[in-house]
Design a protein around this ligand. Structure first.
Ligand code: SF4
Length: 259
């Protein structure tokens, strides 16, 4: 995939009227970052500052995210950042299922274009794409591997702004990223075992996120990194599960990584 493909996608997002959020947005926020980034961060939806500037994570949560990048030896310029929704929900309310559904193809396309080694979900709604029916308080910071890519659910940085005790929890989760990225790089150069990979759900309901772009590594499949202790925050929250989905180009982008 090319930068031109990403630019074409961004133009489609900026002109999108597939869900009612186009009526209230100031700017759509497609996402940003190098299309060859090794790590992709997926948040939930633009907030007021993002809506004004057309860029992801530029408010207070974005400032904390920059701190988290630094703590993990990453930089904003070196990673790809986007959201489940590309337009701001009014009053920063939660994304609605119909909006997520309408916007899904854009995110799937971004994943295909960037083809990252590691996907970090930030918050409940991006977590639900890969970890349906899970609670973030239970699985945050625990990586799962599928088809040569690692998926790590993490709290949204804004959670630490509302609940100070989560700040260190999120920092601890981010601190695991350098070692995880190193494992992902090593996995990338290993020979690929035959597909399909052995995952925890039947193939028809749990497709691999990709079929041919990167060698897979079954020995590290389903091996969580150090489990983080559960937090009380969001313990009762349950994201709306996504239905199994397939990208427009026939490349599956949703998997179940936890039972
Ligand atoms: S949120 Fe997504 S689907 Fe809805 S108008 Fe914006 S770009 Fe289109």
């Amino acid at each position: 995939m090319s930068t031109a493909a990403a630019e074409r996608l961004y133009e489609r997002v900026r002109a999108c009227d597939l869900c009612p959020l186009w009526k209230t947005r100031t700017n759509a926020v497609p996402g940003e970052g190098p299309i060859d980034a090794e790590v992709m961060f997926i948040g939930e939806a633009p907030g007021v500052n993002e809506d004004r500037q057309g860029r992801p994570f530029v408010g207070a949560a974005g400032q904390f995210l920059d701190e988290l990048f630094a703590a993990a030896g990453l930089s904003r310029q070196g990673v790809y950042i986007c959201n489940v929704l590309k337009c701001r929900p009014p009053a920063n309310r939660d994304p609605m299922p119909g909006e997520i559904d309408a916007c899904r193809d854009y995110l799937d396309e971004q994943i295909d274009i960037v083809d990252p080694l590691v996907i970090v979900t930030l918050g409940r709604f991006s977590m639900a794409k890969f970890f349906p029916n899970q609670t973030i308080s239970r699985i945050h910071g625990q990586a799962r591997e599928a088809a040569g890519r690692f998926y790590v659910p993490m709290y949204h940085p804004a959670a630490a702004l509302h609940q100070g005790s989560l700040r260190q929890v999120i920092l601890n989760d981010f601190a695991k990223l350098p070692a995880l990225l190193e494992r992902a790089r090593k996995a990338e150069v290993r020979p690929a075992p035959p597909l399909p990979m052995a995952l925890s759900e039947p193939p028809d309901s749990q497709p691999s996120p990709r079929s041919d772009s990167r060698p897979t590594d079954s020995p590290i499949a389903d091996a969580p990194i150090e489990a983080a202790p559960p937090s009380h925050a969001e313990a009762t929250e349950q994201p709306e599960p996504f239905a199994p989905e397939t990208a427009a180009a026939g490349r599956p982008t949703q998997i179940r990584l936890f039972d």
